[in-house]
Design a protein around this ligand. Structure first.
Ligand SMILES: Nc1ncnc2c1ncn2[C@@H]1O[C@H](COP(=O)(O)OP(=O)(O)OP(=O)(O)O)[C@@H](O)[C@H]1O
Length: 272
């Protein structure tokens, strides 16, 4: 069953002249499947995600036919989309430090996002929050709930964000560069965590990244974007073994030149 079906997504910028930033992009994600969206800086990954989520305002204009969990997305009003997004789409962002309110304790922020969607009250609700933190391998959850964001490391905050965005078992999880802003040891732990969520959950995952190794450690398929277009859609294993597009071949060449690892800077410097 398809969780997300995107047909001909086009994002235009109308200023003095019309500029096409994303050009007729089509893809789908099935239940329990992870799709990796990769490409050099400026290739249109973020615009694709923002276009899907209806987060763009003039001078940007979006045309598309999107079906989310069997619902026709374009027929909904922005306010209806916001409600669905809060419950059915979990979003994990690149820089967890910017995603939290610095002046509010973690527990209060979790309460703010999750309380409207559960019948749990008082101690039961707090125990649920602690169990969510345990699932992302935060064992001293009670203390973490009392802390402010700056009192936690980037990796811990990323785990809290993963706990928040997966708490309501969303149909779709969008992870936008989820391991970019953290050290390599924590990166591995976060990827392991996402992998376990993928196998446990029925959610579809869209993982956006420059890092082909990180993507292919969880994704089943990848799409490679270049200048607003999809230039290759492939099974991860096939892509790593034998990319078909020029951009895919360059990316893999770049990977071997950079000693097997491609991250944001290296990829963009080499390919972009
Ligand atoms: N606010 C903006 N105003 C004008 N053009 C923009 C804006 N944001 C993005 N663009 C342009 O849209 C195109 C796609 O950008 P996008 O941010 O989607 O790339 P990306 O692949 O996500 O890059 P990165 O990996 O660096 O985040 C680029 O040509 C970019 O310059």
């Amino acid at each position: 069953m398809k969780i997300l079906d995107v047909e001909n997504l086009t994002v235009k910028m109308m200023k003095e002249a019309e500029q096409i930033l994303v050009d007729s992009v089509s893809f789908h994600i099935k239940k329990g499947e992870c799709l990796g969206l990769i490409g050099a800086s400026g290739s249109g990954k973020t615009m694709t995600v923002k276009g899907i989520l209806d987060l763009l305002n003039p001078p940007f204009f979006v045309e598309s036919k999107i079906t989310l969990n069997n619902m026709s997305w374009e027929s909904l009003k922005k306010s209806e989309k916001r409600k669905i997004m809060a419950k059915d789409i979990g979003i994990i962002l690149q820089n967890p430090m910017n995603a939290f309110d610095p002046l509010m304790r973690i527990g209060k922020q979790m309460h703010h996002y999750l309380y409207p969607y559960t019948k749990l009250k008082g101690e039961e609700f707090t125990n649920w929050l602690i169990s969510l933190l345990e699932e992302v391998h935060i064992s001293h959850g009670e203390d973490v709930l009392k802390k402010y964001p700056h009192q936690l490391s980037g990796g811990m905050l990323q785990r809290v964000m993963i706990a928040l965005s997966t708490a309501l078992s969303p149909a779709l999880i969008i992870a936008d560069e989820p391991t970019t802003a953290i050290d390599s040891q924590t990166q591995r732990e976060i990827l392991k965590l996402l992998k376990s969520i993928k196998s446990k959950n029925e959610s579809g995952i869209l993982m956006v990244s420059h890092d082909i190794d990180a993507v292919c450690s969880i994704a089943d398929r990848i799409i490679l974007m270049d200048r607003g277009r999809i230039v290759e859609q492939s099974d991860c294993v096939d892509f790593l073994r034998d990319p078909k597009s020029i951009q895919g071949k360059n990316l893999m060449k770049c990977k071997s030149k950079l000693g097997g690892e491609i991250h944001a800077f290296g990829y963009t410097k080499c390919v972009g």
